[in-house]
Unconditional design. Structure first.
Length: 311
């Protein structure tokens, strides 16, 4: 914690360089939870929180992370009415969570009527890094912080399918062209011009390349680098695999209106088969044994932190 005598007016560069926020397991406020149906979900939640805390205690370096608090919280969305902070993990229900936050904050009457573009490009929700240092620090220490995660390979394949197997005016020209140019031998002019048709194996070559032709992207960045779970004490850890139950229990925990339920609909490409274990298996067949192992190694921390079984 930053010493209380530290002045808020100090430069962020000097104040939060090397910040270290050790995890602490605070009891959840269950005042709003009604009915005994949530007992199993609550029990699972407590186990997840204890597991992550134990992991962080065992494996995290005691050295201070050389970064700024403003960077640590750059993926966290704020909902001030119900005092919640949500760290966005793409491909783990984030679009519908943003819809829910808009309803909680009074920006929309229903989550079902908010378009995908409005969710991601409407700029209706504030991120934690948009507040001053005192505002960031106060919210981190008093709001309920939550995160939803997903099996790393499922999340990776889901991101690839979404961004490269459908027309996309950003990912094809920015990532696709660079990937095809570097990893496809004898690429034809059309592919080089449009960046469309990236193969999963080529995408993995890009992912594992220490000299990537184009940088990382939040859709396949590790959760450990998006949300810093050992530096920020998340009060609630939801999983995509139990999304609906976890989400609706969380909404009760924070006193959301009884009428608000987590949306069930698939945000985009609704006719596509959902990315399941079997779908992932088919994609992994395209890789060599070494590539599969290196991809697992890339997400090793995410597997460990959130107790996912290695493929």
């Amino acid at each position: 914690r930053v010493p209380e005598q530290q002045k808020v007016s100090e430069s962020p560069l000097s104040w939060f360089r090397g910040v270290y926020l050790p995890p602490a397991l605070h009891p959840l406020n269950k005042t709003f939870v009604k009915g005994g149906e949530w007992q199993d979900v609550d029990s699972t939640q407590e186990k997840r929180r204890a597991f992550l805390q134990d992991f962080c205690r065992k494996y995290s370096s005691r050295k201070k992370l050389q970064t700024h608090l403003v960077h640590l919280v750059s993926r966290i969305y704020v909902e001030d009415r119900h005092k919640v902070l949500y760290c966005e993990v793409p491909k783990a229900g984030c679009s519908n969570w943003k819809r829910v936050l808009m309803v909680l904050s009074g920006l929309a009457a229903s989550a079902n009527n908010i378009s995908h573009d409005d969710v991601h490009y409407g700029k209706h929700l504030r991120k934690l890094d948009s507040y001053d240092l005192k505002g960031i620090y106060t919210r981190l220490n008093t709001y309920t912080k939550f995160i939803f995660v997903r099996d790393p390979m499922e999340r990776l394949v889901s991101a690839f399918r979404d961004k490269f197997e459908h027309p996309n005016s950003y990912y094809h020209p920015v990532f696709g062209k660079a990937i095809i140019k570097k990893y496809r031998h004898n690429a034809d002019e059309e592919a080089l011009k449009t960046g469309s048709g990236v193969k999963f194996k080529e995408f993995i070559q890009y992912l594992l390349d220490s000299h990537r032709p184009v940088g990382m992207d939040i859709h396949w960045e590790q959760v450990s680098k998006l949300c810093y779970p050992c530096l920020i004490n998340y009060d609630f850890i939801g999983k995509f695999e139990t999304l609906e139950k976890d989400a609706n229990y969380f909404l009760q925990l924070v006193g959301a209106p009884a009428s608000l339920k987590f949306p069930k609909f698939k945000d985009r490409h609704s006719s596509d088969e959902r990315t399941s274990t079997e779908v992932v298996r088919q994609y992994l067949k395209e890789l060599s044994k070494e590539e599969r192992q290196l991809t697992y190694d890339f997400y090793y921390l995410d597997y460990l932190m959130f107790n996912y079984t290695s493929p």
